[in-house]
Design a protein around this ligand. Structure first.
Ligand SMILES: NC(=O)c1ccc[n+]([C@@H]2O[C@H](COP(=O)([O-])OP(=O)(O)OC[C@H]3O[C@@H](n4cnc5c(N)ncnc54)[C@H](OP(=O)(O)O)[C@@H]3O)[C@@H](O)[C@H]2O)c1
Length: 351
């Protein structure tokens, strides 16, 4: 492991230098890897592994759009595409990529296929950490590991195709064979991770649920809405309010922040923006800090897991979700956004 200094603190990460693809393929050469579930992560991880030369098959329940998507991606029924049970039976390494609610519902069916010496790999610490709610308690004689890509399954695939990667965290929960660490790193490398950093199942799920409910999606959408509404109430048109709230962020600032950091952004904007941003940063931090504290507590005490499992286990959950998603889609701000995006020069030809 390479030791790197992150802001004054030493941390260890695994890079391609110490765990190259050739080593990963050597570790996996006698393994059959089954990707169970072909939703968002399944295609990204499965296709990357296949392109990297791993012996990989897909398990997916028949009759749904995901089954057809797997066929469209070149998986062949009876050869590389099977029912969940058949794939689990054939596999020596199972990457469990059903939705988190699906993992709970399918667990009792999967258990008989988890025979001694096999490896069960998760992409999220959810099922194991909230075992009191999910009942996911693996048998003691298998390896249980985690590779959690820090991005959407779409980016897992897109970045791989573009020749870059996505960072993933990894963890070993149970090492029955003594080889769990090598296996988890080999999985991490072959699914297309750039570098891998160590975590535990618990830390992964706590930070991940906080992040997506917080700054990555919940907080971001919330503060965008608050600013947009204020500008509209004060007389800005929808396009002006949208441009000042979202478009300038996504088309300019956040790209520069990605390249150079927010510290650089502060040092390289107008002095007017700089003065104001310096003055207002701490107010926003202090106003939102209690919300983040509530959020973390709700993650840690299992409330978020309970809400997620209850909502996503209902037979009509997709329809119910659609109503909520449509409300965001049809809101004035995101309708304005749809119009603004059409006006981007790169979209002119599509008009
Ligand atoms: N989304 C991401 O980019 C992302 C990022 C990092 C980690 N993860 C983790 O990766 C794992 C997979 O997430 P995902 O977003 O890819 O999930 P998803 O898109 O919601 O995947 C759904 C898959 O689960 C299957 N499924 C759901 N309920 C089922 C049930 N009761 N029985 C059998 N199959 C069932 C679906 O089959 P049907 O299509 O037939 O319903 C589909 O194959 C999760 O642990 C998640 O936390 C996801």
């Amino acid at each position: 492991m390479a030791t790197m200094n992150f802001g004054g603190m030493d941390e260890t990460v695994v890079t391609r230098d110490e765990f190259p693809l050739a080593k990963a393929l050597e570790v996996l050469k006698n393994e059959t890897v089954a990707i169970l579930g072909y939703g968002v992560q399944g295609p990204g991880q499965g296709l990357n592994m296949r392109d990297n030369g791993v012996n990989v098959i897909v398990g997916q329940r028949d009759g749904s759009k995901s089954w057809q998507k797997a066929i469209d991606d070149g998986w062949v029924p009876g050869k590389t595409l099977f029912s969940l049970e058949e794939a689990a039976q054939k596999a020596t390494i199972i990457i469990y990529l059903l939705s988190d609610a699906g993992q709970k519902m399918y667990w009792d069916t999967l258990k008989p296929y988890l025979t001694a010496g096999k490896t069960l790999c998760f992409a999220h610490g959810f099922a194991i950490t909230y075992k009191d709610q999910t009942n996911v308690i693996p048998p003691k004689d298998i390896d249980v590991v985690l590779v959690a890509p820090k991005g959407s399954g779409l980016s897992v695939r897109r970045n791989f195709q573009a020749g870059s990667g996505i960072n993933s965290s990894f963890a070993v929960f149970q090492d029955a064979t003594g080889k769990a660490r090598d296996k988890v790193l080999a999985i991490g490398v072959t699914v297309g991770s750039g570098f891998l950093f160590p975590t535990t199942f618990e830390k992964e799920v706590y930070s991940d649920l906080t992040g997506e409910r917080g700054i990555l999606m919940g907080a971001l959408a919330g503060v965008m809405e608050a600013q947009y509404n204020e500008l509209r109430q004060q007389g800005s048109t929808p396009s002006e309010a949208f441009n000042e709230t979202v478009e300038e962020l996504t088309q300019s600032l956040i790209r520069l922040v990605g390249e150079n950091g927010m510290d650089w952004m502060y040092a390289n904007c107008s002095t007017t923006a700089q003065r104001g941003a310096l003055d207002w940063k701490d107010k926003f931090r202090d106003a939102t800090a209690p919300v983040f504290a509530d959020l973390y507590e709700s993650v840690k005490n299992g409330t978020e897991a309970r809400i997620t499992l209850e909502a996503n286990s209902k037979p009509d959950y997709r329809e119910k979700l659609q109503v909520e998603l449509d409300a965001i889609k049809n809101s004035e701000m995101w309708q304005a956004g749809s119009q603004v995006r059409k006006l981007r020069p790169e979209n002119w030809k599509k008009e």
